[in-house]
Write a protein that binds this ligand. Sequence first.
Ligand code: PEP
Length: 253
Amino acid sequence: MRTPILAGNWKMNKTVAEAEALVRAMIDPLVAIEGVDKVFCPPFMAIPAVARLVEGTPIGVGAQDMYWEESGAYTGEISPLMVAEFCRYVIIGHSERREHFGETDETVNNKIRAALQHGLVPIVCVGETLEQRDAGITDAWVSGQVEAALRGIPAEQVAGIIMAYEPIWAIGTGRAATAADAEHICGNVVRATITRLFGQTTADAVRIQYGGSVNSANAAELLAQPNVDGGLVGGASLKAEDFVAVVRAAVPA
Ligand code: PEP
């Protein structure tokens, strides 16, 4: 009942020319795959070019981050108004931003609110480190991140948010979570937390992606889990044939 959604997070990769070439190579095969929502999240500089290429197709465009103020003296930042000119989606709270750029639960919450105010769909990332996993605190940690991210947001808005469970130890490492672990966290932790805070109807509507070393070999099993409603894909989104294969694996049986 939830349409799977696959988003490619290109991170700090692809010049405008490279981005255009990648999109041109994927556009026809991706448009031909029905029953799955697809999103490209290029670096800011390439967003207008990518948006132009996918215009008129069902492929969405997302930013990888944004600031929460609409304008002003915030050198180097991009505002929700600017993102909304080209994008429907925005990734918020990616672990790389939390680790390298000082994102906190509070800034994540500010950004989610700003995104919703501007009609953007936030893709909200949560996930534990290897140390937290080894210490056995994954469930409590991820649940706390979900609660902090969604604090004060009305249930009807939460329903439209996309959550992405991304164990940090799985990002870019080639070591994906098992399908059982991904299902456990997406279902028993992320969706269960949303149920506790906002009710069953809201939780049932939220789409929850898994992210972390998703590739064409493991995508089908991960995406077949009942509480895994798609994927946030890094490395495998940078090659046309890999991303197309991952999206194909998400087609509901
Ligand atoms: C990501 O960047 O969100 C990600 C999951 O990366 P990768 O697929 O390369 O692990």
